[in-house]
Write a protein that binds this ligand. Structure first.
Ligand SMILES: Nc1ncnc2c1ncn2[C@@H]1O[C@H](COP(=O)(O)OP(=O)(O)OP(=O)(O)O)[C@@H](O)[C@H]1O
Length: 227
């Protein structure tokens, strides 16, 4: 239920995009990563979840990890419940994957209840709003039994009120004991809901601070345009 990243380095075609990143997330902690476009935030998350291989450094993720993306990728023609059940596919036998067995559906209903959408279980996923769909994607991650949630700009496509609901949900999952690492482009939401803020600049950690004491100038400097 934790993440420990040490000395992470990564280059793409000779260009260093991560130059030694250290980052930890404890069980029950919600860490928000802020930083300008191209600072390397997504690459850190992709290395953490195993979608990309770092050139050097170590990544330790204790507890299953699931990733949540800006592009939500639900199967819009299937029900909300089926989408959540699909989080269990990795532990099901092939023949259980068409009609999900009752215990899986019950577990998925519990996951939907945790994201506040149990009453929408039988609707087609495509009928839900963007914010609700992102919460379904988080329920799918819970049905995967993930103890570590990595969210890459989970609210960048959402309106302010839906964004707040989703970030607040991530905070409540951390309160339940999960380790949550989320890339956000909304410093205000990070300050309100995260425990700790990590600022990234040019492939490295520029600062790490508790959310309540973060220096506004340090946050602003992440987004200053170099002319
Ligand atoms: N697969 C790849 N091949 C080549 N370059 C890449 C690849 N993935 C990322 N990069 C480059 O690495 C740098 C960091 O990218 P990354 O997506 O990690 O940044 P980011 O901070 O998440 O940005 P954004 O806020 O725009 O999502 C960028 O310059 C990007 O172009």
């Amino acid at each position: 239920m934790s993440i420990e990243i040490r000395g992470l380095r990564k280059s793409f075609t000779g260009k260093q995009v991560l130059t030694g990143v250290d980052l930890t997330v404890a069980p029950g902690e919600f860490v928000a990563v802020l930083g300008a476009n191209g600072s390397g935030k997504s690459t850190v998350l992709r290395c953490a979840v195993g979608l990309q291989q770092p050139d050097s450094g170590t990544v330790e993720v204790n507890g299953g990890a699931a990733m949540v993306f800006q592009q939500i990728h639900l199967v819009s023609r299937r029900t909300v419940l089926d989408n959540v059940c699909s989080g269990a596919l990795g532990r099901l036998k092939l023949r259980q994957s068409v009609f999900f067995p009752r215990p899986v559906r019950e577990e998925a209903m519990e996951c939907l209840a945790r994201v506040g959408l149990a009453d929408r279980a039988s609707e087609r996923a495509g009928k839900l709003s963007g914010g609700q769909q992102q919460r379904v994607a988080i329920a799918r991650a819970l049905c995967q039994r993930a103890k570590v949630i990595l969210a890459d700009e989970p609210v960048s496509a959402l309106d302010p009120s839906a964004a707040e609901q989703v970030v607040s949900l991530l905070a409540s999952l951390a309160d339940e004991g999960l380790a949550v690492l989320a890339v956000l482009h909304q410093p205000e939401l990070a300050k309100r809901f995260a425990h700790r803020i990590v600022g990234m600049s040019n492939g490295k950690v520029a600062f790490t601070s508790t959310a309540t004491t973060v220096d506004p100038n340090a946050v602003n400097s992440l987004y200053e345009v170099v002319r």
